[in-house]
Write a protein that binds this ligand. Structure first.
Ligand code: ZN
Length: 99
């Protein structure tokens, strides 16, 4: 796995934390790249931001990386099998972590 050449600390702000993060992006069939992307923000009331603590690959990743999933276009951030820590929730989120 390639290692980013800069760190999150390089793009941090002193008061609100990092404004960017590293993400693995789809670059076309059999192509992936690490890219510095904006950190996620709450846009909709039902959004939740989860910091990924552990992840794994899924069988569908194999199909995506082969280019067999046309819905996944160049630039899509990859990864969908993860567990993590809830960092922020929208005002409409209900349940154990919500209101
Ligand atoms: Zn999956």
């Amino acid at each position: 796995m390639p290692t980013p050449t800069t760190t999150l600390e390089n793009s941090s702000t002193a008061t609100s934390g990092p404004t960017t993060m590293w993400a693995l992006q789809y670059g076309g069939p059999h192509i992936t790249k690490w890219a510095e992307v904006p950190t996620p923000q709450i846009h909709d009331t039902t959004d939740t931001i989860v910091r990924v603590d552990m992840t794994t690959i899924c069988g569908s990743d194999v199909h995506i990386l082969k280019g067999d999933v046309p819905e996944v276009t160049v630039g899509r951030i990859l990864g969908h099998e993860a567990v993590g820590t809830v960092e922020e929730i929208g005002t409409g989120v209900r349940g154990p972590q919500g209101r």
